[in-house]
Design a protein around this ligand. Sequence first.
Ligand code: ZN
Length: 227
Amino acid sequence: MLYGIISDIHGNLEALEAVLQQLTQAQAHICLGDLVGYGPDPNECVRRVRSLPGLVCVAGNHDLASLGKMEISWFNWHARRAIVWTAEQLEPEAREFLESLPETATVEDLTIVHGSLPDPMEYITAPTEALGTFQMMQTPVCLIGHTHVAEYYASAAGRVEHRYLIGGGEVKIEPGSRYIVNCGGVGQPRDGNWMASFGIYDSEKKVIQIRRVPYDIGAVQAKMEEA
Ligand code: ZN
């Protein structure tokens, strides 16, 4: 089975469409949350994601905050303003879809969560922060989003290795090792590469590919200024 992996779309329809054009061969899709927040097209992004074949999707912090299910005082000023705007924009169907999202899910040999397993809204930015998730995961691979950085942690024989895949790359799932993989952010990369980031998992070959694709940033900026 070929899975398309997307995360942190953040209402950026141009980036989402550019990524989905690269995923036409995917038979199923995994979305790690933050469909909305920051970007100018929250409703269209929710519509597009919910229509993807074989979709399994979990909630992100911006999704919950836009529904009023999370305290927004700890978000930075820009994020907070965008959340208030997004909450006003969300149509009933989009809201209903976001309300239905679980915090974790399992697909074949993948566990999926927005941030980390001990706390789905917590960031993993270093090997020490990955330990709690390695302890809790029941599958060889846990897919995460939240940091908007393309990277992975591999755990074998009590050692945790951390690698960035900012320009894209591959994670081969080896027997006996466990992996926490972040395929980066679709709509707002924060790893120094402006291109939309996404993943493809081939569950037969046991390989996760991380890829980047350019999109029309100017068009998104114009819509954001307008909004
Ligand atoms: Zn995010």
